[in-house]
Design a protein. Structure first.
Ligand code: NAD
Ligand code: DAU
Length: 332
């Protein structure tokens, strides 16, 4: 049995990963999570006591991190400030958690010789034109646009330096936009689903032509587990499921699946510096490690996600009003 430390395991993708690991392996999981506004302990309810431990704490706390590294075989680092709109409002926590937090974990990995997997984003590559035939690959130059994506890019570069300079046993993955259960209502898809449930019209930034490359969070989890088990040390793997869709199409699909008129949404102020298009070429991961996404039908995955939000109002309702108040101040 492997003992895993998962940082940010009470967040959206981290909690999906913890459920995936508990269901598909015999590993023991310790979650280290600060429980910021984005963390929710309820996302980890009902996990078996003999397979799972929860520690509330900050990844910037070197003493705490060092102690936890001495008890595990491998670390998967999800903890981050993750939302672009928040990073435009107040960048400072992004520097603390995404840069200093990653540095703190890398130093512990160096001292303990711990296997370390770093979770990152396709946003480090900047954006593509709508008609560009190229997609992002592991060789695309870094060109981040926002305070969020620039701190993620910085954290990736720290990992590369710690591999080369100190021989840290690390891999990196850069994934596209995730959807699925346990995602905070500040993010695009849950915001629109919960708006419709509340009788609020969905809000589309600008013209809604921006393209995101959607992948189900469970497919992200299976890819990360594959890289942790079989990835080559020092390598970067891009994770994507060929799910490009523009935002307008996604909003119209949500409305249709929820029994509303497909044009029952509002155009609102655009995001400053809004990236136009992301698209991932995940050939390296598929060809080298044999990974394949399981959720190939976006409409079916989205319908299941809508069902989850309809059935779990207790989980998301406490964050909804404050989130909408934040957006209302920005005309979004
Ligand atoms: P999230 O905001 O839902 O969750 C982040 C979690 O990290 C929360 O539980 C929060 O409490 C915790 N956290 C924040 N600061 C912390 C700190 N200083 N110490 C300990 N815990 C802290 O984020 P998410 O969407 O699940 O993203 C997780 C990771 O995946 C991030 O690294 C993000 O960059 C990356 N990623 C996200 C997506 C996506 O579509 N959401 C896509 C690709 C990569
Ligand atoms: O690409 C991976 C990234 O995906 C991750 O690194 C980030 O952590 C994650 O938040 C996500 O970033 P985006 O900025 O793409 O996601 P968000 O859900 O904020 O927005 C998705 C798209 O929808 C984007 O083009 C902005 C738009 N949008 C968003 C909201 C919240 C709207 O049109 N209306 C909205 O209300």
């Amino acid at each position: 049995m492997t003992r895993l430390l998962v940082t940010g395991g009470a967040g959206f993708i981290g909690s999906n990963f913890v459920h995936h690991v508990i269901e598909n392996t015999d590993h023991h999981v310790t979650v280290l999570d600060k429980l910021t506004y984005a963390g929710n302990r309820a996302s980890l309810d009902r996990l078996p006591d003999d397979r799972f431990t929860f520690v509330q704490g900050d990844i910037c706390n070197a003493e705490l991190v060092d102690g936890l590294f001495s008890t595990v075989d491998a670390v998967v680092h999800y903890a981050a400030e993750s939302h672009n709109d928040n990073s435009l409002d107040n960048p400072r926590p992004f520097l603390d958690t995404n840069i200093v937090g990653t540095y703190t974990l890398l130093e512990a990995a160096r001292h303990h010789g711990t296997r370390y997997h770093h979770i990152s984003t396709d946003e480090v590559y900047g954006d593509l034109e709508l008609d560009d035939p190229q997609r992002f690959t592991e060789h695309t130059p870094y060109n981040p646009s926002s305070p969020y994506s620039s701190t993620k890019a910085g954290s990736d570069l720290l990992v590369r330096a710690w591999v080369r300079s100190f021989g840290v046993q690390a891999t990196i993955s850069n994934c596209s936009n995730n959807y699925g259960p346990y995602q905070h209502v500040e993010k695009f898809i849950p915001r629109q689903i919960t708006n419709v449930i509340r009788g609020i019209r969905p809000k589309l930034y600008g013209a809604g032509l921006n393209v995101r490359d959607w992948i189900h969070a469970d497919d992200h989890s299976s890819a990360v587990l594959t890289i942790l088990e079989r990835g080559r040390i020092g390598e970067t793997y891009l994770i994507g499921a060929d799910g490009e869709k523009d935002n307008k199409t996604v909003v119209e699909l949500i409305l249709r699946l929820m029994g509303q008129e497909p044009d029952a949404y509002d155009h609102v102020n655009d995001r400053a510096g809004h990236d136009l298009r992301y698209a991932i070429d995940s050939s390296k991961l598929r060809d080298e490690l044999g990974w394949m996404p399981r959720f190939q039908d976006f409409e079916a995955g989205l319908a299941a996600t809508i069902d989850w939000y309809q059935a779990n109002e207790d989980w998301w309702a406490p964050a909804k009003d404050a989130t909408e108040a934040f957006y209302a101040k920005k005309g979004q």
